[in-house]
Design a protein around this ligand. Structure first.
Ligand SMILES: Cc1ncc(COP(=O)(O)O)c(C=O)c1O
Length: 319
């Protein structure tokens, strides 16, 4: 006779581990007035916010028939999209090739390769290790497009794929709204492809148009603000490419905040040492910007400011 078991709680695969991340209060960095609440995107199985768009873009390509089951996938990445896609491809059984600038952190290439991805590094044309510019990304993109042309693989195209934003409009935004019980005064996020900012801000503005939506940019590369790029090299890998991304929508933007490398490093350290959260540079930048917003005194005394902890510190060389 078959054994019977009590109630079980089992996820069917790593894909079911994506999303539904906790929201944590950073009360030891900012003790008020107001509160900083942070979405723990490093909890995703690929350890970054980009798992959500990876799953959404692949699932929707399969549904539309643009990607056939088991067929090869190609994408250009700064590493986090690649980690997300590598895990989705591993679970669903797609061969995957990822092109990345050699200037992005080697930890990401290691993780992608460990999950079975073919990783091709494009030599840096402009930046330095850890500082990746638009020209470097374009080099990696050209390499990816060449592979697509040669192999006929499905090209994910995160910078132009609307399902990148949809992932956040359908999951991250509603989760934040539910987790705060609708008590949210501001949302801040760094911008790479703009998937996170555009998707979350679109959802939040539909719930309450008065929620302040703030794009966080590297100081000296504040193109959304409208400034000329004076410092293309910065530590905020995965964001701040010195060009307004196609997926960015100005209609949900209220303002921008610039963050220097020094500020991002300072808050990356504070997150680790005061909050016990070891995270990457864009997480530090988001929290630095949240503090600046609260310090400005422009928000009500009981304001709740929500931002994103984009990825783990383990994805960077220690410094
Ligand atoms: C560490 C990190 N932070 C922020 C972002 C920006 O996210 P998005 O592409 O959704 O704008 C990325 C994107 O790759 C990233 O890798």
């Amino acid at each position: 006779m078959a054994k019977t078991y009590g109630q079980t709680d089992i996820k069917e695969s790593a894909l079911d581990l994506i999303g539904n991340t906790p929201l944590v209060a950073l009360d030891r960095i900012w003790s008020g007035p107001g509160r900083i609440l942070a979405k723990c995107e490093f909890f995703n199985p690929g350890a970054s916010v980009k798992d959500r768009s990876s799953l959404s873009m692949v699932q929707k390509a399969l549904k539309s028939g643009k990607l056939k089951p088991g067929h090869p996938i190609v994408e250009v990445t700064s590493g986090n999209q690649g980690c997300g896609l590598a895990l989705v491809a591993a679970v669903l059984g797609h061969p995957i090739t990822l092109t990345m600038s050699a200037g992005n952190s080697p930890q990401r290439a290691t993780m992608m390769r460990a999950m079975g991805a073919n990783v091709v590094l494009a030599p840096q044309v402009e930046g330095t290790p850890g500082n990746v510019t638009l020209a470097d990304v374009t080099e990696a993109e050209n390499l990816g497009l060449k592979i697509v042309e040669e192999t006929g693989a499905y090209y994910v195209d995160q910078f132009n794929n609307d399902n990148n934003c949809k992932a956040h409009e359908e999951t991250t935004g509603p989760e934040i709204w539910r987790q705060t019980g609708g008590h949210i005064d501001a949302f801040l996020a760094t911008v790479g492809t703009a998937g996170t900012f555009a998707g979350v801000s679109r959802y939040l503005k539909q719930q309450n148009k008065d929620i302040l939506c703030v794009a966080v940019e590297p100081a000296g590369a504040e193109v959304i603000k409208g400034d000329a790029v004076t410092k293309p090299l910065h530590l905020l890998q995965g964001s701040g490419y010195g060009k307004v991304p196609r997926l960015f929508k100005f209609d949900t933007l209220d303002t921008t905040i610039g963050v220097t490398d020094e500020e991002a490093v300072e808050y990356k350290k504070l997150l680790a040492q005061r909050e016990g959260l070891y995270l990457g540079y864009t997480s530090g930048a988001n929290v630095a910007a949240a503090v600046k917003l609260l310090e400005s005194g422009k928000l009500p005394k009981d304001a709740w400011v929500v931002t994103v902890l984009n990825d783990t510190g383990l994805k960077y060389p220690d410094n």
